[in-house]
Design a binder for this molecule. Structure first.
Ligand SMILES: Cc1cc2nc3c(=O)[nH]c(=O)nc-3n(C[C@H](O)[C@H](O)[C@H](O)COP(=O)(O)O)c2cc1C
Length: 219
């Protein structure tokens, strides 16, 4: 590749990496479906744990939920219920072991907000995308899912779309109702998800540690 082309390619990549943000408020307007397909294609290109899943070719699936659809209403209700179960579980745990309260409380408060107001991005954003990755031996599906979602995030950024990770989606892999909705067998797949739409506004970059200080070149 020509030096100037290489420079231009890296400038574009750097600009995308630097402008990626967590977007938590979306406009009503729906992005075009082919952009959502492009985001999914970027996810499909992400690496997968080939040694862990063996010869299985059907190791990754995508599910598109649209705002206002029947399926997103069902998904949102099931996820809200999962958040409520989580609150109950951690409240019991904190009652049993009061010394963990200070560490767990902020997380439980966030879960309680999902119970009260709905899971952020699920039903409120134009699209909620769920990714399922085949479980393997050794388990590496959550790492694979992180790669998939990062690819999707960067593609969404390149399209000037907003993207929010919806971590609670991973809990739904154990939920019979949710897996039934996806028509996936229980125990075979891990899940994660994200919300996508036009950002209502672009927040400033969040701080990062100084890279030089965080990096040590070993002798
Ligand atoms: C493993 C992981 C899980 C996350 N889960 C959520 C989530 O459920 N909801 C959310 O709004 N952001 C979630 N985030 C996004 C982080 O909060 C965000 O990346 C961080 O605050 C930095 O902001 P930035 O993405 O704008 O750089 C998650 C990030 C990671 C790495």
């Amino acid at each position: 590749m020509e030096k100037s082309d290489l420079k231009e390619r890296n400038q574009i990549l750097d600009e995308i990496l630097e402008s990626r943000r967590s977007i938590r408020v979306f406009k009503e307007e729906k992005p075009p479906k082919d952009w959502i397909e492009d985001i999914i294609e970027a996810g499909m290109l992400a690496p997968y744990a080939a040694a862990a899943v063996g010869d299985e070719k059907d190791f990754r699936r995508f599910f598109v939920f649209e705002k206002g659809s029947e399926s997103i209403e069902t998904a949102a209700q099931l996820m809200q219920k999962k958040a409520a179960d989580g609150v109950q579980h951690f409240e019991n745990l904190m009652a049993e072991k009061p010394f963990i309260r200070s560490k767990f409380e902020p997380f439980v408060k966030r879960l309680q907000m999902a119970v009260d107001n709905g899971v952020p991005g699920v039903g409120s954003a134009p699209y909620f995308l769920v990714v399922a990755e085949l479980r393997g031996v050794p388990p590496a599906e959550q790492e694979s899912l992180a790669h998939v979602l990062e690819n999707m995030w960067l593609k969404a950024t390149a399209l000037d779309l907003g993207f929010q990770l919806v971590s609670l989606t991973s809990q739904m892999a154990e939920d019979e109702g949710f897996m039934g909705l996806l028509e996936l067998p229980l125990k075979k797949f891990a899940l994660n998800g994200c919300a996508v739409g036009y950002p209502a506004f672009i927040p400033p970059a969040t701080p990062r540690p100084d890279t030089m200080k965080a990096t040590r070149w070993m002798d």
